[in-house]
Design a protein around this ligand. Structure first.
Ligand code: PA5
Length: 472
């Protein structure tokens, strides 16, 4: 892909409708943005200083995985030869990225296509411990033709390890000492139980680098292996991320969409905009909204800042899908509380063109659609929603993707990661920890009697008991 192609594939950030002159009083002036320059510059400096270090190892993923990518591609080739199904067992950052990228870059009915058209294995991402879901999955899988990929950075997450135990038991019952030929582990090289289990079982293993947290892990083997298995061009995915990285290292905020978007969200939060709606106008990007929701919520939702002061920071992310949610959510976005920033993602060129057929000529209220395309309709509805929100004084901005392909999806993932990193610095919080998630994990361990969690168990037992009178 040459430089011109890459330039044509550059994602654009349109923030017109965040500005006072379009959206009215709730918006920002050029002066407000200029005033935010210092905050943005400080956040930029911290990100630039820390990139590649500590928990910012994710900034290096577009550059430092040559051998890993080769291993992943070779492994994916073997999987394609031997298996019809690839099942990811993971949760949170280990599941949302693979799901989002699969939806974005594979045929939208990939798993339903006949093998001759699909060409690559089916992909299932199992991120819950609902017993009905597990039973249903096992009803449709032929274990002979299935490769599993257990993914957990900590190697300890109850949900993922429960799934592993169930599946490994089935595999051992069926394949005996060849069970390990149906399971790949993706985990930390040093920490946790999964690495020890993987070694003792002789599992093929990929590693999650120490400095890459769950929600920042899509561009390491967590996401790259499932993507390669279903035929996604992972080199181009990483190339897109590298391209966006260069853009996001621009000091000039007006040339750096991640920094500017972070500043606008930060300023909006200061005005009480506590909700961030992510609304792609493309089915291919619908799960990108889920991935963003985790990234934004878990990174920025923090009780304290880095100095231990209570800040209760964050913006509640909400996913929506254009045009579908115009008929369910947009009423609220336009007329409800002034507490949201709406991020719209538009796609200029879809991978299919569908013309709306002629007919109903005697009904002009229907026939006005004839001869147009669905492509025109979805994009016109996007523009119409932007207009409706803006005229109602609602802060919104649009990310424009020229196309949805591996390169632009790499750009998009990286753009949101950088925006999150910048915004975390502006808020002064630790973007990379998740004490709130750990709280729930620990309580589960205690309830299940895990060794080392006796104190939590006692605390939970001593907590006020629920009263029957409040259950009706
Ligand atoms: O972003 C995170 O760190 C979390 O959402 C994790 O991805 C999630 O809790 C799963 O953790 P693990 O990969 O350790 O199983």
């Amino acid at each position: 892909m040459n430089a011109t192609w890459r330039k044509n594939m550059q994602i654009k950030f349109d923030y017109n409708n965040m500005m006072k002159e379009f959206v009215g009083d709730d918006g920002f002036s050029d002066g407000d943005i200029a005033e935010g320059k210092k905050i943005a510059a400080e956040a930029y400096a911290k990100v630039a200083e820390n990139r590649g270090k500590g928990m910012m190892g994710w900034t290096e993923l577009p550059y430092n995985q040559k051998e890993i990518v080769a291993d992943i591609l070779a492994t994916a080739k073997e999987i394609k030869k031997k298996f019809d199904n690839f099942v990811v067992l993971g949760i949170g950052g280990s599941a949302l990225g693979p799901t989002a990228v699969f939806q974005a870059l594979c045929h939208l009915r990939h798993n339903e296509l006949p093998k001759s058209k699909r060409k690559y294995p089916k992909l299932y991402v199992e991120d819950n411990v609902d017993p009905e879901r597990m039973s249903a999955l096992l009803d449709v899988l032929d274990l002979n033709k299935t490769m599993f990929n257990v993914v957990t950075k900590s190697g300890a997450t109850s949900e993922t390890m429960a799934q592993y135990l169930i599946i490994m038991n089935l595999l051992k019952n069926k394949f005996g000492d060849k069970a390990n030929e149906h399971m790949i582990a993706t985990t930390s090289a040093q920490k946790g139980n999964l690495i020890k289990i993987a070694k003792s079982e002789g599992l093929k293993t990929f590693y999650i680098p120490d400095g890459v947290g769950g929600r920042f892990s899509e561009l390491c083997p967590v996401g790259l292996l499932p993507a390669a298995v279903v035929g996604i061009d992972i080199k181009n995915l990483l190339a897109g991320a590298a391209y966006m990285d260069k853009i996001c290292m621009n000091k000039d905020m007006k040339k750096n969409p991640a920094l500017l978007a972070a500043l606008l969200q930060y300023l909006a939060m200061k005005k009480g905009k506590n909700i961030s709606v992510m609304m792609p106008y493309a089915d291919s990007l619908r799960y990108m909204a889920d991935w963003y929701c985790q990234l934004w919520a878990e990174s920025l939702g923090k009780a304290t800042d880095k100095n231990g002061n209570s800040v209760y920071a964050g913006q509640t992310p909400v996913k929506a899908l254009g045009v579908t949610d115009q008929h369910s959510q947009v009423q609220l976005y336009r007329e409800g509380p002034f507490d949201k920033v709406i991020t719209i993602i538009g796609v200029e060129k879809f991978r299919s063109n569908v013309t709306i057929s002629n007919g109903c000529e005697e009904f002009p209220d229907v026939s006005f659609l004839c001869g147009h395309t669905m492509n025109e309709l979805i994009n016109s509805e996007r523009v119409a929603t932007e207009y409706a929100l803006t005229t109602a004084g609602r802060l919104n901005h649009t990310i424009i993707m020229p196309e949805v392909n591996a390169f632009t999806v790499g750009e998009l993932l990286y753009l949101f990661e950088m925006q999150t990193a910048f915004c975390g610095e502006m808020l002064g919080i630790d973007t990379y920890n998740q004490p709130g998630v750990e709280g729930g994990k620990n309580a589960t361990y205690a309830l299940f009697g895990k060794k080392g969690y006796e104190a939590t168990k006692r605390e939970m037992e001593e907590a006020p008991k629920k009263k029957e009178q409040y259950i009706i």
